[in-house]
Ligand binder design. Structure first.
Ligand code: 3PG
Length: 223
């Protein structure tokens, strides 16, 4: 096991506390990929009006970094993370853009090591016990389970709770209103991520009212 130095250990404890705070606030985290720059503010506003104020903005489109910059500058009341961070360059770019947390779809030791010395908390993606052990050895205790439904869903979360007692997850990938409550009922789930509340055609048609309504309905399922 790679042992963390004292500074890294203290920083990791702070980051875990910060991730817990963000995920408790979120409960449901929209995973947004911006196709048109003009959608950045109205989409975020519709989600926020429906009660979803913690957003993962992916770096999958050319507008990802700009979306993070705009939302941080113009919607300071929201909490904005960067998603689909695949390597150290993307980690640096997301940090410079003002992201408040980092999410990755999977885990490489290089990226996890780099993030130890980055000020932002990170949720590394995992889909197996082996992935988890890469992060666990580096002090990580909070992860994105991705793609959640494909890699075993609720049954996987139950199984992982045995060997990884202190670990908690944000499952993402295949979450819908039909399975949302089962995920959130797991003691090792802190929040879920997904895209169902802003379907592609609703965004394309600027149907912001529908997105607000779908967001609010999802939160109501957790009341
Ligand atoms: C992602 O990170 O790619 C999204 O979480 C996908 O999730 P979805 O199944 O809700 O689209």
């Amino acid at each position: 096991m790679t042992s963390l130095d004292q500074d890294q250990r203290a920083r990791m404890a702070d980051k875990i506390a910060e991730i817990d705070r963000i995920c408790a606030q979120a409960r449901i985290m929209p995973v947004i990929t911006i196709a048109r720059e003009a959608d950045i503010l109205p989409l975020a506003d519709a989600l926020a009006a429906g009660g979803l104020r913690v957003l993962e903005v992916t770096l999958r489109s050319e507008h990802g970094l700009e979306a993070i910059r705009r939302l941080r500058a113009e919607r300071p009341e929201l909490c904005v993370g960067a998603g689909t961070v695949l390597d150290q360059d993307m980690l640096a770019a997301a940090t410079a853009a003002g992201a408040q947390f980092i999410v990755t779809p999977g885990s490489t030791r290089e990226l996890l090591l780099a993030a130890l010395d980055n000020p932002l908390p990170m949720l590394p993606g995992v889909s197996s016990a082996s992935d988890l052990m890469i992060g666990y050895a580096l002090g990580y205790r909070r992860f994105k389970l991705f793609p959640a439904e494909v890699c075993g869903g609720v049954a996987a979360l139950k199984a992982l709770s045995g060997p990884f007692g202190g670990v908690r997850f944000c499952p993402t990938g295949g979450i819908t209103p039909d399975n949302l409550q089962r995920y959130m009922a797991q003691p090792n789930v802190m929040c879920v991520g997904g895209t169902w509340m802003f379907q592609r055609e609703w965004v394309a048609n600027s149907d912001w009212a529908r997105i607000q309504q779908c967001s609010a309905e999802a939160l109501k399922l957790l009341a």
